[in-house]
Design a binder for this molecule. Structure first.
Ligand code: PMP
Length: 475
């Protein structure tokens, strides 16, 4: 069987290999890792491939965590970064602005057709979420007359919005919250996700399910006191926790209607699903809603530099302008020139290379291939996604949809197996092993410029790794 090699990726200059097995020659690593054992050490990247210090070429089927949307070695982005570095690397946004940050905010505002009218540029998704929460509070403080009682936030169960205290509080990732519950914000309240596979009732139509979820939000407003709620926070398409679950048609519009009725803001977190991942630059373009505040991150800089943004709609900007005049927030690396230069170039490439068309076309193909490979598989309960953002959810029993016990950590086992040399594909595992409520899943999020051949490889390698772990042959 012939697998694509990184060296066969076209138009990519060869980079010198890293020194052999740097990490394994050390007694131990003093870097904190996600797990006890240091993971594979990456020394090189080419196109859709990451290359380890032992020369293993790993097909990056998830762009890390839906980040590296152009793949790992686009020399046009390297040039943009070098150009900025040769001018200057950094200036403090409290005192100065810079062309790269100005240009990036213009690109972002233009990309919304002016529906969002300013950008606040930070370094990570978590920071963008934190900024969105503080801006929502400041908005009501500076309204005339002020509404200082609006301090409650409503977010969704089993969502993920980041790992700092504020973002962890709006998120509902049971595993990541566990140790810190006592110091999480008490003003955050959670309602159900839109998760048809597990939470839509048999006797219910999609419309009835959406109406039930809107009623649940309405009830939450009533319980808290409608004029105490500042914002409702949701991912436009749920990424890491549930695994690539698109909202049902009309769901977000119905949620926004409830917010509007009570004068609360809608914050859409597009850190993972935004910037083209679902086939439109902003995932909300497919939902018939415009958020009041929106976060973007991963695909913004494509991993070439840490960069994220909060996009702010006109009425919020105007209210702040009439109040203290500025957002009461600041971070040292805000609007970082090198990060912004990288992101500007990534965004121009997405436009110039017409990559959203490829995301839509290859997205349809990826969906077809996943359905073909996994629909009949006894331990896959659900295949779902949109654009180049898909997941498969594992079950012990297809009929009852019973998930695997969390202790089996099935998705993580599949992830680890898939990294073995005979599969060499990186898959994003989640989450049943952590909260034990929904099933384990793996996500697929290949680069926007991927080919049919690469998708074939991704699905083939993933299928073989799944089979190896779950041990069932189909036919
Ligand atoms: N929001 C969402 C929807 C995310 O998926 C993530 C990261 N997976 C975050 C926020 C946090 O972003 P970061 O890890 O860049 O801080």
């Amino acid at each position: 069987e012939h697998a694509t090699m990184a060296s066969e990726v076209p138009d990519v200059p060869k980079m010198p290999r890293g020194t052999k097995n740097d990490l394994s020659q050390r007694q131990s690593s003093v870097l904190y890792h996600h797990l006890r054992q240091p993971p594979l050490n990456i020394v090189d990247g080419r196109g859709s491939f990451l290359i380890t210090d032992s020369g293993q070429e790993i097909l990056d089927a998830t762009c890390g965590a839906a980040v590296a949307c152009l793949g790992h070695s686009d020399s046009r982005v390297h040039e943009a970064i070098m150009e900025q570095l040769q001018k200057f690397p950094y200036c403090y946004s409290m005192f100065f602005t810079n062309n790269a940050a100005e240009e990036l905010s213009q690109i972002l505002v233009d990309s919304t057709g002016g529906l969002m009218s300013r950008a606040y540029i930070v370094s990570s998704g978590t920071e963008a979420v934190e900024a969105s929460l503080k801006m929502a509070v400041q908005y009501y403080m500076e309204m005339s007359p002020p509404q200082p009682q609006r301090v409650n936030l409503i977010a969704r169960k089993r969502s993920y919005h980041g790992n700092t205290l504020g973002s962890l509080s709006v998120g509902h990732h049971v595993g990541r919250r566990a140790l810190f519950e006592k110091i999480l914000a008490k003003n955050v309240h959670h309602v159900s996700q839109c998760y048809p596979y597990r939470e839509m009732r048999d006797e219910e139509s999609e419309g009835e399910y959406v109406a039930r979820l809107a009623q649940e939000l309405e009830d939450k407003f009533q319980e808290l006191g409608p004029d105490t709620v500042c914002a409702f926070v949701a991912e436009t398409m749920t990424g890491a926790t549930l695994g690539c679950v698109p909202a049902l048609p009309g769901y977000l519009a119905a949620m926004k209607e409830v917010c509007q009725k009570h004068g609360a803001l809608l914050i859409l977190d597009e850190v993972m699903c935004g910037m083209g991942r679902t086939g439109t630059l902003h995932a909300w373009e497919q939902e018939d809603v415009v958020p009041d505040l929106q976060t973007v991150a991963k695909g913004l800089g494509g991993g070439y530099a840490p960069v994220a943004a909060l996009l702010v709609s006109r009425h919020v900007v105007d209210t702040l302008s009439q109040g203290t005049g500025a957002f009461s927030h600041s971070q040292t690396y805000q609007g970082h020139p090198v990060s912004c230069a990288a992101a500007c170039r990534v965004q121009r490439i997405v436009q110039e290379d017409n990559l959203l068309t490829n995301v839509r076309e290859m997205g349809v193909y990826l969906g077809q291939r996943l359905h073909q490979a996994f629909d009949a598989y006894p331990h896959v309960g659900n295949v779902r996604g949109r654009g180049l953002f898909w997941a498969i959810e594992f079950v012990q029993d297809k009929q009852t949809r019973e998930p695997y016990p969390p202790s089996q950590a099935v998705a993580w086992k599949i992830h680890k197996t898939a990294l073995q040399p005979e599969y060499s594909v990186s898959l994003l595992p989640g989450n049943g092993g952590i909260d034990g409520i929904n099933g384990d899943h793996i996500c697929f999020a290949p680069p926007y410029n991927c080919s049919r051949h690469e998708i074939d490889e991704v699905v083939d390698r993933a299928f073989r790794a799944v089979q190896k772990v779950l041990g069932t042959s189909v036919n």
